[in-house]
Design a protein around this ligand. Structure first.
Ligand SMILES: [Zn+2]
Length: 441
């Protein structure tokens, strides 16, 4: 199977593809090239599943582990992807991300379009060269940020007209524009432009009302048309990476089913479940999580967008999800909330003021374990008292250490999930995880 060369630019890859097709004696045209590229830039191998066992009475789940091969390397799934909105995971050095085992990170198309803009990004050959990250990367479509502008934007079939939140310029985002920007960013995985169907309307006329089935249908159907336009433009641009389709349909099972069937018919190399974690009650989110992911093709990666807490991630894995992203570990770190194996900890709480203990004695992150030198000696852990003090004084190091700890916790949680799936002990892992989180810190 032809594999795109690492760091290859699209004309080079296309040349390889045409050469390959010529060797096969097939007709060379852009459709053929695109069809071959679909296989060249993403491979997904399913490794383990979580079957029921009759002897123990274990019911099993839709959980699975796999290996995702992308243009910039391989990714073991299930995986959590730290979010690097402006081309940086806030407050965390790329070397720290490397140390904690981050395999793939996100970039936000909308924010990077606003600043530094396409021209600067183009001059660096894309986001990898600009932010100095040489492992896989995923960019969102920019749709969610444009939608979030509320009164500052107008959505039509053609696309979204809006005023730049940076300088007020009149701008236009469409499936074609999103694909053009994402092609410049050159991440391993790009996302179709979709319309995020909200749970509660943010439009002036209907503000605060729950989205009706009719509204959710109109929105979902437009997202399908935008999926088709995204794909056509992605192929026209000869983007050498992988494009994912996004299932929408609000909180309505029948619409979700329709959306996923139409997207599967378009044969994307991977699929996302969008429009969850958009203000809906938790039980509605869990309902969609239990409905949609496992109905997507089993031989392709499944990505649940923007979710969530550690509990949501473990549940998502059980529902058949392979990929997650969320700003929660970094955002909560900046607000003084730390995730640990034994529950969540508020570092601002006065009870930590003189506490010499680490955040979590079982955590091996830099904040909890300190530095291990080549001779084996260690600098020792940072205390809760010190982290409390940094937060009280508004010192930069506070949120930096908190972000390292929280991201490490999320990445390690997924490592433990993968190990449990490899051992066939995911059921026992879930019970242990739940008991640990309820213990308290
Ligand atoms: Zn830690």
């Amino acid at each position: 199977m032809l594999r795109a060369h690492r760091d290859a630019v699209s004309p080079f890859v296309l040349g390889q593809v045409k050469h390959f097709i010529n060797q096969q004696g097939a007709k060379v045209d852009s459709y053929n090239a695109a069809a071959i590229l679909e296989h060249a830039m993403l491979e997904f191998d399913l490794l383990q599943t979580d079957p029921a066992t009759l002897e123990t009475g274990y019911a099993g789940s839709y959980a699975r582990s796999g290996m995702l091969s992308l243009n910039h390397g391989r990714v073991s799934t299930p995986v959590f992807m730290p979010v690097g909105t402006y081309g940086t995971v806030k407050g965390v050095l790329p070397s720290s991300l490397d140390d904690m085992g981050a395999q793939i990170i996100l970039g936000n198309t909308f924010h990077l379009w606003m600043r530094p803009g396409q021209e600067v990004m183009q001059s660096f050959g894309g986001l990898h060269g600009f932010e100095r990250w040489d492992k896989p990367m995923l960019t969102d479509s920019g749709g969610f940020q444009v939608w979030s502008l509320g009164a500052m934007r107008k959505i039509t079939e053609a696309g979204v007209h809006f005023s730049s939140p940076v300088n007020g310029d009149k701008l236009f985002m469409s499936p074609e524009v999103s694909m053009q920007i994402q092609t410049t960013l050159n991440a391993d995985i790009a996302m179709q432009l979709d319309e995020c169907t909200p749970y509660l309307s943010i439009e002036a006329k209907t503000k605060g009302q729950i989205t009706t089935e009719r509204e959710a249908r109109n929105s979902m159907e437009m997202s399908l048309r935008w999926a088709s336009r995204s794909r056509a433009e992605f192929e026209r641009l000869e983007n050498p990476n992988a494009l994912f389709g996004i299932v929408q349909g609000g909180m309505f099972e029948a619409l979700r089913q329709e959306s996923l069937e139409a997207l599967v018919a378009m044969n994307f190399p991977g699929y996302a479940v969008g429009g969850v974690s958009v203000g809906e009650p938790k039980d509605e989110m869990l309902h969609i999580m239990s409905h949609t992911p496992h109905r997507l093709p089993s031989h392709k990666p499944r990505y649940l967008m923007g979710v969530g807490t550690p509990e949501d991630l473990v549940q998502g894995v059980a529902d058949g999800v392979d990929m997650f992203d969320c700003v929660m570990p970094t955002r909560n770190a900046r607000n003084g909330t730390l995730f640990t194996r034994f529950g969540d900890l508020k570092i601002r709480n006065a009870r930590h003021k003189a506490d010499h203990g680490p955040l979590d004695a079982t955590c091996t992150c830099y904040a909890c374990k300190g530095l291990t030198r080549p001779d084996g000696s260690t600098s020792g852990s940072f205390s809760r008292a010190y982290l409390h003090h940094l937060d009280r004084c508004g010192e930069m190091l506070g949120p930096m250490l908190a972000s390292i700890h929280n991201l490490h916790y999320y990445l390690n949680l997924m490592r433990e999930v993968r190990a449990a799936l490899a051992d066939g002990t995911f059921g026992a892992f879930r019970a242990r995880f739940k008991a640990g989180r309820a213990q308290g810190v």
